[in-house]
Design a protein. Sequence first.
Length: 156
Amino acid sequence: MRARCHLIILVAAMLLTGCKVSPPNRVERYVVHEVKHHITVGNKSAQNPIPLTTENLADGKEAFGHYCTVCHGLDGQGTGVPFADQMSPPLPSLASPEVQSYTDGQLKWIVENGIAPSGMPASKGTLNDDEMWSIVLFLRHLPPAGSLGEPEVYSH
Ligand code: HEC
């Protein structure tokens, strides 16, 4: 609730000053960040039921490799994805503090529902719960940027 009041004040401030500034400015980016982290992206308190084991992490890496690398790269940091910095909004590095500050439950929610209206697709119906949670494990243990090479689809 506090986050919401905070936001209402911010949005009001934006409306008052909005005409003078051209997007996307820092305030707008901050508001988008706050809205996503506190309101849009649900499932905040859900815990990852999949324990961290070598096998589960490998499952997550594999599922990520099938469904996410065309846009996020094998390392989740956009390595080798030719259009990564041309998308709007730009593809975030999944290792960035911005993304890592979501809770596990929120990361699962993002995978499940996608982020409208950007290019981030929903996996509901494609991936089952276990696969999504194992991907969340992988997101928490991403390898160093560039260490996995480039997605095959772009190197052939
Ligand atoms: C077709 C391209 C595409 C695919 C495939 C894709 N994503 Fe994304 N993803 C995006 C874009 C674009 C964004 C930026 C969305 C935004 O900031 O609004 C994004 C953002 C994210 C974010 C951060 C969201 C935020 O609010 O900062 C996470 C986490 C994520 N993707 C995980 C995944 C996972 C896991 C998969 C595979 C199941 C996946 N993505 C598949 C394009 C894609």
